[in-house]
Ligand binder design. Structure first.
Ligand SMILES: C[S@@+](CC[C@H](N)C(=O)[O-])C[C@H]1O[C@@H](n2cnc3c(N)ncnc32)[C@H](O)[C@@H]1O
Length: 286
C-alpha cells in the first residue's frame, strides 16, 4: 500500500493538487476499504490485481481534478454523511455556519415552526435542520430535478421525515405547491444560493469549475442576483419576526446586509465562518 500511496502522492503533486499526500492516502484507504492509518502503518501490504485496477481508475479521476467527494460518493456535513455526485454541489464546511445561525437565532420556535430552504442541492442544510428540529415542518426547494433526486435520497437514508421537496424557481416552487397549511408562511427561510459572478466562474479551481454544476455556482453579473430576489420576496413568506439567513461569498456580506436593511429587516447580523470570512447574513422581518 505504501508504494502505491507514494506513487499517487507524486502524481497528484505533479498535477498541482493540494495536500497530495493526504489525498493519496485517503484515496488508497477508500479504494481498499481500510482506514488512512492502516495505509500508513501497513505500508508493506501488497495489493491484489482487482484492488490495483480499482485504485488506478480512482487516481485517474482525481488526477483530472474530479472532487474527492464525488469519487467517494459522500461528504460529511454537520456530523451527518450525505450522498453526493455530479448532480449537486459538494457541501462545504462553511455552510455549517448557516445552520448554526438558523438554530441559534430561533430558540422561540425550537419546538415546532416552519422552515424553508431555498436552493437545497444535496439537501444538506434542510435535512440537518429537519434532524435538529424534528418537530418542525421543513420545505426544501431547488430548480434542478436532478439535485432534488439526490436530496430526497439523502433524506430517506438519514431518516428525515419532517421534510417535503418542491421543484421550482425560488419561491415559485412554494407558490405552485399545495402545502398542508395555508397561507404558506415560514418562521425561518434559509438559503445558500449560487453566488459566484458569471465571469469569475471560469477562473475557479478546476475541481469546482469543471465538475460542480454551473447552475449551483453562477449568481449573475455581480454574483448578487439571487440575494435581490430572496431578500425582497422572503418578506411576504416570513411570519412577523421570522428569520431570513443566507450564505454569502467572501466580500459580499456588506452589500447583502445593506440589501436586508433597504428591505426593512431588523437586527441584521453577519456571522463569520471558521476561516473568519464573513459568511452568513441574517435578519428578522419586522
Ligand atoms: C450553491 S448550491 C447550494 C446547495 C446546498 N444548499 C448547499 O449548501 O450545499 C445552489 C443550488 O441552487 C440551485 N438553483 C440554481 N438556480 C435556482 C433557482 N432559480 N431556483 C431554485 N434553485 C436554484 C442549484 O441547482 C443548486 O442546487
Amino acid at each position: 500500500m505504501g508504494e502505491i500511496a507514494r506513487w499517487a502522492t507524486d502524481d497528484f503533486r505533479g498535477r498541482g493538487i493540494d495536500s497530495p499526500r493526504l489525498e493519496a492516502e485517503l484515496l488508497v484507504a477508500f479504494a481498499l476499504g481500510v482506514t488512512r492509518m492502516q495505509v500508513i502503518v501497513d505500508g508493506a501490504r501488497l495489493l491484489e490485481k482487482e484492488e490495483l485496477t480499482k485504485l488506478r481508475a480512482l487516481v485517474k479521476r482525481r488526477r483530472s481534478h474530479e472532487p474527492m467527494a464525488y469519487l467517494r460518493g459522500e461528504r460529511e456535513f454537520y456530523g451527518l454523511t450525505f450522498k453526493v455526485d455530479k448532480r449537486v454541489l459538494v457541501p462545504r464546511p462553511d455552510t455549517e455556519a448557516l445552520v448554526d445561525v438558523a438554530l441559534e437565532r430561533t430558540p422561540h420556535v425550537a419546538l415546532g415552526g416552519r422552515i424553508l430552504d431555498l436552493c437545497t442541492g444535496s439537501g444538506c442544510v434542510a435535512i440537518t435542520l429537519a434532524k435538529q428540529r424534528p418537530t418542525a415542518d421543513v420545505v426544501a426547494t431547488d430548480l434542478s430535478a436532478d439535485a432534488l433526486a439526490v436530496a430526497r435520497e439523502n433524506a430517506r437514508l438519514l431518516g428525515a421525515y419532517n421534510l417535503s421537496f418542491l421543484q421550482g424557481n425560488l419561491f415559485e416552487a412554494v407558490d405552485n405547491a399545495r402545502l398542508p397549511w395555508s397561507p404558506a408562511k415560514f418562521e425561518i427561510v434559509v438559503s445558500n444560493p449560487p453566488y459566484i459572478a458569471t465571469a469569475e466562474c471560469e477562473t475557479l479551481m478546476p475541481t469546482v469549475r469543471d465538475f460542480e454544476p454551473r447552475m449551483a455556482l453562477d449568481g449573475g453579473d455581480d454574483g448578487l442576483d439571487f440575494y435581490h430576489r430572496i431578500v425582497s420576496e422572503s418578506k411576504a413568506r416570513l411570519t412577523n419576526g421570522g428569520l431570513l439567513a443566507v450564505e454569502v461569498g467572501a466580500g459580499q456580506a456588506p452589500a447583502v446586509a445593506e440589501l436586508f436593511a433597504s428591505h426593512g429587516y431588523t437586527t441584521i447580523e453577519i456571522r463569520r465562518d471558521l476561516a473568519q470570512i464573513e459568511r452568513v447574513v441574517s435578519g428578522l422581518k419586522p
